[in-house]
Design a protein around this ligand. Structure first.
Ligand SMILES: [Zn+2]
Length: 274
């Protein structure tokens, strides 16, 4: 796990490249699974470290200040390539791409990345810890602590589908894993979190961590244990198709706080009475 001193070393290594450099293009990925967003040409205005966070100050053509903040966590890394060189990791794993005249800097797999206007209120790592839950890809992840965090920080009536997507409780589960995990554990998406016992909730997060880790490698996302080549998922994206376990047509609705697509098998994941 990169500690603060590692990040300070990184900032010192990047400083000669970035101090007052003209960046021809800057792109960042807002969240897991989203496409890279282009921000256009920028001027670098300094790189620094704060705790485990690397901060890059930038200015756009209109003179507005921006900040790129990355926390590398366990798997994050910055690479430097000559323009046109082949990257060592797939572009899908790139979360920030900074193009200079003769080279490109790429941040792969950060635990956290934020792109925001650089004005008065900048980041505060301690408050960040309250806002971003434990990373499910952290090998030192404490699952019991995740369960305690869920119990302490979210209402008992909140449906499981919203709890799983809440990155302030545990970071990593996206919309596909949400549906797949609930299927794997036979839980109806709208079941209140209070209805699931601590040990079952812990196993749900343990499975989430396992699937996320398994899918770090390139290639399709797989949740089935023995997936056929084109059948990687149990329920996600399979509305109306037969459940792979019982044959019941898979249901879909736009559910939860964010009305995200939610898929489930009405037979394998029955709504609990009461
Ligand atoms: Zn079923």
């Amino acid at each position: 796990m990169p500690e603060g001193d590692t990040i300070h070393k990184l900032a010192r290594a990047l400083a000669p490249l970035l101090d007052a450099a003209a960046l021809e293009a800057v792109a960042t990925r807002p969240r897991r699974g989203a496409a890279l967003v282009e921000h256009g040409a920028m001027a670098a205005r300094g790189v620094s470290a704060r705790g485990k966070h690397l901060l890059l100050a930038l200015e756009d053509a209109a003179g507005r200040g921006w900040q790129l903040r990355t926390h590398l966590g366990m798997y994050g890394t910055w690479h430097q390539y000559a323009s046109g060189a082949v990257w060592h990791k797939p572009v899908q794993q790139a979360w920030a791409v900074l193009r200079l005249a003769d080279r490109v800097l790429v941040c792969f797999h950060p635990r956290e990345l934020a792109w925001q206007p650089r004005s008065g209120a900048s980041m505060d790592p301690e408050r960040l810890d309250a806002r971003v839950g434990p990373d499910l890809l952290d090998p030192e992840l404490d699952l019991a602590a995740v369960v305690r965090r869920v119990r302490a920080c979210t209402p008992a009536t909140r449906p499981l589908l919203d709890v799983l997507l809440d990155q302030s409780l545990a970071a990593g589960i996206g919309n596909i894993y949400k549906s797949e995990l609930l299927f794997l554990h036979g839980r109806h998406p709208l079941e209140p979190v209070a209805a699931i016992a601590d040990d079952a909730l812990l196993e749900l997060y343990r499975d989430a961590a396992r699937l996320l880790r398994r899918n770090l490698k390139p290639g399709p996302r797989i949740t089935r244990e023995r997936a056929e080549t084109d059948e990687y998922l149990y329920v996600y994206g399979r509305r109306g198709q037969p459940c792979r376990v019982c044959g019941t047509p898979v249901a879909r609705s736009l559910a939860g706080e964010h009305l995200r697509s939610t898929y489930w098998c009405p037979s394998c994941q029955p709504r609990q009475p009461g």
